[in-house]
Ligand binder design. Sequence first.
Ligand code: CP
Ligand code: NVA
Length: 319
Amino acid sequence: MLEKSPILKNKSQQSPRHFLDIADLDSATLRKIIDNAHAMKRAGKRVPAKLRPAGVEDAVLVLIFEKPSTRTRVSFDIAMRQLGGGALTLNHTDLQLGRGESVADTARVLSRYADGIMIRANKHATLLDLAQNATIPVINGLTEKSHPCQIMADIQTFEEHLGPIEGRTVAWVGDGNNVAVSWMHAAVRFGFKLRLACPKELYPEKEALDWVKREKGNIELSTDPVAAVKGADCVVTDTWVSMGQSGADARKKMLAPYAVDADLMKKAAKNAIFMHCLPAYRGHEVSEEVLEGPQSVVFDEAENRLHAQKAIIAWCLGA
Ligand code: CP
Ligand code: NVA
């Protein structure tokens, strides 16, 4: 009998290697994925056999989008091509899912055809439902609660510019949103200090704060951007109005004192970097001067989505 490839083995396993949240994985596994992401970047477009999961040339990753995307859509598709496999992008309205077929049935059907599913979902519950019912790996491409693939690329970017992230200080300034929550998960798992400054009304969800408390994470939460940024190695922000959020005017009012400008950047460490997952709204959460300035690494972050995701996919498929 032919030996099954890791991908085929995954198909018949009870629990495939899902990448749902940074909080779900142990530090050693996450470290290995980041080290592989660095190796993937060094290797360039043609990923060498030693970094590829066995059988990837026969593998297809299905990409499902319930919300818009530029980076996630393109970088996942190209990541699969560079690994030697294929990808299929679907908007949820193209699927029967959009007209009421259950997530569970969709998961079971896609598991018969494909080798992995990446989903950008309106509701985190959809991601979990998909993962529970799929017999192939499921990857979180952003939900209203978290954005783990982005933060894996951000860790890679931090390390390229400033060396190992362990023990360093990152400041989050703005909305305590899905991206902030994945930073919180990462701070615990990668062992760095995270200072968040958010308006009280927009603090991160209690579920994430409770998780950090249980894990004894090195995280400080306040309403003071200057205190958060003081001496930090990295300053991060994100849009004031995330996809699917209402009350844009009220949010903009609350968040106006949290705009990242050159004055705020001066309070950070001298060689601090500025990060933003993009898309950015210049003149709102970040000034043009900072976004386009020498401390900004936002396009490295965007590029690293590709490399980090090659490493995530390789791990999910058994590498
Ligand atoms: N940063 C990010 O996830 O971008 P997209 O919404 O374009 O995928
Ligand atoms: N917080 C943003 C991130 C976009 C990549 C959103 O959810 O819209």
